[in-house]
Design a binder for this molecule. Sequence first.
Ligand code: B12
Length: 454
Amino acid sequence: MKIALVNPPPLHRIERDDLPSYPHLGLAYLAASLGKNGFCEILIVDAKLERKNINDVLRDLTIFHPEVLGITAMTHEIIQASKLAEQVKKNLPLCKIVIGGVHVSILPQRTLEEFSSFDYGLCNEGEKSFPLLMNALSQKREIGAVPNLAYRTGNSINLTFQADWIDDLDSIAFPAWNRFPKAREYPILTSRGCPFQCNFCHPYGRKVRDRAPEKAIEELDWVVSTFKPDIINVYDETFGIDRERTVRLLDMMKERKIPQRVKWYAYTRVNIATEDLLKRMKDAGAFMVGFGIETGNEEILKKSKKNINLKRAEELVFIAKKLGLVTQTYFILGHPYETLETMNDTVNFAVKLNGDLTCFGIMVPYPGTKIYEMAIKGEGGYRLIAKNWNDYNKQIGHALEFVNIPREKIERIQLYAYIKVFLENHRYLDFIKFCWSYRRQAVGFILKHFLNKW
Ligand code: B12
């Protein structure tokens, strides 16, 4: 059976993630598990990595002629995914189209209702269920037994939703990077899931599932020696949460001489990291660490259920810098009941922390989150202004505003925040570098302002 997997082209090419230097980890895992289950005729088109547009992807698919096409999409990518699916339906009418990824996982019924070009929606992790679906389709068997599937019968949509997660991550095959073009940066997951309950986030499972450090290191070693990347990006949602296991992992990295072979970075939390952990990370080859701090207002931070405090955030960013790690700090403007004063607190706190890279997103009510429920009900002072799912992006989206603070004003604060961090800290050269590396974003940002006005 011929199966194609596609990471759809971006809506625009403005943000850094529209033109990534890393391949898509979810698709690599799926391809590996399909291979392990005997499905070897696979084509992957990572349109973002390969800088392909819809026509390029269609050409690849028409040549390959898949019987099944699997597309991945987050919320802000779902319309692009559906546009691709519509075109494929025209060119290859017999090809069955499966949508997977975080958006359909949260809204399976609605996604199939909204987008008739998707035949199936497969929710949550696909390593086990996707091969089951492929078996059922290739053997023309009943598909109702496939877990976490949304499918149509006549005019109705059926769900076999189970919301279960793969407990034994060591049982799944390593990502099939050999099926992708060579990249500069490769992702790795040493664990999945997050137990915290931030009101703006939807984790992939509340239970943290760890891989055996030996397995993660084996994969890392293989990726580094085979593909010789410049950078490894650790995607774990809560890196370091199991201290003992993390220390073992980091020790093994040193034993395998990872620091001499590649640079890596990870995101962690200020209630998880310690000076000792950061030092061990640095010794194991980490060059950068990211912290989600979200706001500079203690009350708002408490209400967001992030479970951190500002004092600790300050201490840890300071320690990370002292250790020579490049620091990334992430903030969100637009928490519930936010005022101009509290947003100002955030900007000032970010200026004080002075992370090497400071990121200010504007709150997006992602489905499945508390913020989504509040936005729909108009609570928290929110007004939902999104016209469609394309607006659900933190940097240049257009999903939410406050009844008493218009979107434009929040965007102006966002722009001012980016500038203030550099100029107040007299980082003029960094500012020029930042403007240069984010020039596409800056132009996009300005254009968007004008387009919105008109
Ligand atoms: C690492 C990560 C990133 C990385 C890489 C993203 C990427 N393109 O893969 C970076 C830092 C770049 C990033 C950026 C962003 N991210 Co992010 N990210 C994550 C994180 C922590 C892990 C994602 C991951 O790789 N998981 C591991 C792989 C194995 O999982 P996966 O890709 O989802 O694939 C599995 C399943 O979904 C399924 N599946 C996926 N596709 C398909 C397709 C088919 C056909 C099938 C059958 C199954 C299937 O099977 C796969 C294997 O199990 C998640 C948190 C989470 N809970 O998922 C957030 C998350 C996905 N990110 C999120 C967001 C919002 C963003 C940004 C939009 C933020 C922004 N800038 O505004 C950007 C968008 C970037 C982009 N266009 O790609 C949200 C998405 C919410 C939503 N409803 O869309 C999440 C869920 C976090 C949250 N706050 O809730 N992100």
